[in-house]
Design a protein around this ligand. Structure first.
Ligand SMILES: NC(=O)c1ccc[n+]([C@@H]2O[C@H](COP(=O)([O-])OP(=O)(O)OC[C@H]3O[C@@H](n4cnc5c(N)ncnc54)[C@H](O)[C@@H]3O)[C@@H](O)[C@H]2O)c1
Length: 368
């Protein structure tokens, strides 16, 4: 490499939090692939800082994130996250202790979940071809059903009471709807489906619908329709080609995006971006899946969700070309039949990763 290229090369400062279960296995695969891409393209590189914040840390110290931990995270360009959750820690402690403890203070209010059928893979839907299912689900990621409002009283009594209060604010819905409309506007079909449950939930969900129609007035070129969440599951399954960009609340999109991943072939391929669109805080990128206790340590976790997540992170950092190239490499590997067990193949995590690295090494290096 020439000295000029050395000077021009950008280095992205990435915080990696592999955390629990298969998290460390897939994040290590993702780092290998990102480093291979940086080495091959020579226009950027990465400095990864590993944070060992996990359920093991929690069991030893009583905290997932140490004091001043968020201050350390703020210094990074992005966060590359594995999965949190352990069999011997209640799930609400692990989720609120680590993942939500980053998303909420960092105001990563837009959670973006693309789904499509990758080349060389199949949908479980009999008649669904690759172009028929190509969605982006935008999940509200800062309030709604996961706002953290509620409490328990009269513990252990027959009259024990618990509340889980959904919070919907005009501010929170408006910023998310604008983001969703802008996303829909950038896609060729310019179509947005607003998921709701305003028939049964007559306050928060009615505000959600009203704000959606107000924001829609600023996007006359976007075709909008509204679906009740229950009917949405039917439409996703029977008419996948009728959907494009989808916006839903924190809980609804959490559920619908697992369904989306399964309809596209496996939860093992699905990525997520937790974005702070203002870019005041670093955004966080993670596969949709959890810790997957049943396959932890077996070396069979599908790393594709993490590779796709890495591609989404590259695009957010402004490396669009590298992002497209990474997905080309992943799809070439899938097309060659190098698939993990969840996609019907026999390849291990390491074999899929090595195959993607080999594809990356075929890319032409730009001359300085
Ligand atoms: N964002 C997160 O950190 C996150 C998300 C979901 C669940 N969780 C936590 O993970 C733990 C397990 O949750 P769960 O079982 O409901 O969901 P899960 O996603 O961990 O696993 C569901 C099923 O999908 C399979 N699977 C998941 N990822 C895979 C991959 N990459 N390759 C192949 N197969 C894969 C698993 O083997 C399992 O059979 C719980 O503690 C839960 O709270 C964390």
């Amino acid at each position: 490499m020439s000295p000029t290229a050395m000077v021009d090369k950008k280095t992205y400062n990435i915080a990696s939090i592999p955390a629990d279960g298969i998290g460390p296995e897939v994040i290590s695969a993702g780092i290998d692939v990102l480093n291979a891409l940086g080495d091959q393209l020579q226009t950027f590189g990465f400095k990864f800082t590993n944070y060992d914040w996990s359920s093991e840390t929690y069991k030893k110290t009583g905290k997932y994130i140490p004091d001043n931990g968020l201050e350390q995270l703020k210094k990074h360009d992005a966060i590359f996250f594995g999965a949190v959750g352990a069999p011997d820690v209640p799930d609400h402690i692990s989720l609120w202790g680590l993942r939500l403890a980053i998303c909420q203070p960092f105001q990563q209010y837009a959670n973006v979940r693309p789904t499509r059928i990758l080349k060389g893979t199949q949908s479980p839907l009999r008649n669904c071809k690759s172009g028929d299912l190509d969605w982006i689900i935008i999940r509200e990621n800062s309030e709604g059903e996961y706002a953290g409002h509620g409490g328990r009283s009269h513990l252990g009594q027959p009259w024990e009471t618990a509340t889980e209060v959904s919070i919907f604010t005009r501010h929170g819905i408006t910023r998310l709807m604008r983001f969703a409309f802008e996303m829909a506007q950038k896609r060729p079909r310019k179509r947005l489906t607003v998921v709701t449950k305003s028939n049964a939930q007559r306050n928060g969900m009615v505000l959600w619908d009203e704000v959606a129609s107000d924001v829609a007035k600023g996007f006359p070129d976007v075709t909008v329709d509204k679906m009740l969440v229950d009917a949405m599951t039917v439409r996703m399954t029977l008419k996948p080609e009728s959907l494009d960009t989808i916006v839903a609340t924190n809980l609804h999109a959490d559920i619908l995006s697992d369904l989306a991943a399964a309809l596209a072939g496996s939860i093992g391929i699905a990525p997520t971006s937790n974005l702070d669109p203002t870019r005041e805080y670093p955004s966080m990128f993670e596969p949709i899946h959890g810790s997957a206790f049943d396959i932890t340590g077996k070396g069979v976790a599908n790393p594709v969700a993490t590779f796709w997540t890495a591609a989404e992170m590259l695009a957010w950092l402004g490396e669009e070309d590298a992002s497209i190239k990474l997905m080309q490499a992943v799809e070439s590997v899938c097309e060659a039949g190098i698939l993990s067990a969840d996609l019907g193949g026999k390849a291990t995590t390491k074999e899929v990763t090595a195959a993607v690295v080999r594809e990356i090494q075929k890319f032409t290096v730009k001359s300085a």
